[in-house]
Design a protein around this ligand. Structure first.
Ligand SMILES: [Fe+2]
Ligand SMILES: [Fe+2]
Length: 136
């Protein structure tokens, strides 16, 4: 599947999830995606481009997961909220991308990025770009 088609499908899915749960995160996600497209412009490798774009769409998907009658986004304990949306987000990422038929290597990497996207000390070139794109 071409990246354009993958993006179209994923955007639809992410929109559907956020609008039903924590709608403000759809707007945030679109901003991060726009930033990522700017940041990844000079990248030629198609797999790198795919990984970065998918990670931008899915990095905060964990906020939409139900938690004690509400959603993870509405947890008041900040450290728990950060940890949980990263952990459950990585699981949702795997499910969504596997359903779309994305290659296992790419699924693994994107899911990893989602799981660590608030851990600035980790040395990873993809993570560096995701952290940069997420500064909005
Ligand atoms: Fe996040
Ligand atoms: Fe974010």
């Amino acid at each position: 599947m071409e990246l354009d088609q993958v993006e179209k499908k994923l955007k639809k899915k992410v929109k559907e999830i956020f609008l039903k749960t924590v709608p403000r995160y759809y707007d945030h996600t679109l901003k991060v995606v726009a930033n990522m497209k700017r940041i990844a412009k000079e990248i030629d490798d198609p797999e790198d481009k795919t990984i970065l774009l998918l990670a931008a769409y899915l990095h905060d998907i964990g906020y939409s997961v139900p938690y004690r009658g509400d959603y993870v986004d509405n947890i008041s304990h900040q450290a728990l909220k950060i940890k949980l949306h990263s952990d459950v987000g990585a699981k949702v990422t795997e499910e969504v991308l596997e359903t779309m038929g994305i290659e296992p290597e790419v699924v693994r990497k994107v899911s990893y990025l989602v799981s660590v996207h608030h851990r600035e000390h980790i040395e990873d070139r993809h993570l560096k770009m995701l952290l940069q794109a997420d500064k909005v």
